[in-house]
Design a protein around this ligand. Sequence first.
Ligand code: A2P
Ligand code: 11C
Length: 337
Amino acid sequence: KTWNVAVVGATGAVGTQMIECLEERNFPVGNIKFLASARSAGQVLEFNGKPVPVEELKHDSFEGIDIALFSAGGARSEEFCPSAAKAGAVCIDNSSAWRMDPDVPLVVPEVNPHAIAGYRKKGIIANPNCSTIQMVVALKPLHDFGTIKRIVVSTYQAVSGTGNKAIDELRIQTGELLNCRPPKNEVYPHRIAFNCLPQIDSFCDNGYTKEEMKMVNETRKIMEADIATTATCVRVPVFYGHSESVNIETEKKITVAKARELLEDAPGVELVDNPANGEYPMPMDVAGEDLTLVGRIREDATVKNGLNLWVVADNLRKGAATNAVQIAEILVEKYLK
Ligand code: A2P
Ligand code: 11C
């Protein structure tokens, strides 16, 4: 059996990766439809070597579609997911529009695949924020063993998380600075080349950014546990791959050896933790990868049961496209059939 799939935001940084994931993983696609803004209508992309025209996203775009993968920004998801669901498609939405809706499951297949069953309520499944996904993939096996009480996380996030315009901004600013010309900034509030911005998304009234609050709230929903999380999210001049320094406190002691053993066998995780040989996860190693790399595991001796970890993943792949396609795989195998 095959399924008719629409990719909404097909021309974007995440949409492009969604198309590649569907191809690479041999998702059983019947017809494929690529949707984007009117600006891209008429552009021709490829799927499995065959040309596919990009069409303008409209409310009636979803007739005959079984699964709609959305990554065209929150405003488009808010407006168009209900139309797609009404037409009978199950939406897998990469934006933040529906994540905290109690009638929409928020899913990371390695952590809470059972939640997918909740798609029936609204016809929408939400894909979490990229920074949250890689953190919970790494923490789930540790939580199952030792029960995490508190998380302190600082992120080092790549510009591709913002989209294609931000990738261009870093590239152009770097070139300008190396050629001693003054760079312009349009996407970010300050220069990103040779700089770090302790602001991702806009600020909330409590002084945290929306990105930081996503990590706090999404983690609880996905882990189905009352874990206290505090986050500082930072944009760094890296193209692909988010990195995270994660400190956890657990109910039960987890030694470094036990943490390594738990992570060695964990789904979706690759343990890269050999500091004596200078081996640890780095964003330059994860572009195009689907696994979440974990290393630098150390005991935090300042609290009773504490651990420090360094977690790196490709934000466009496991942080977005791969996670969405994994959800689609479970959906068709277990639920739609
Ligand atoms: P387009 O390329 O036509 O602007 P990125 O995250 O890389 O910025 O990509 C955003 C994606 O969302 C692109 O595919 C973009 O299409 C799409 N998009 C942006 N605005 C709209 C819109 N108003 N309607 C449909 N798609 C949109
Ligand atoms: C970033 N995490 O790196 C963001 C991108 O809520 O899906 C994804 C924002 C979101 O900028």
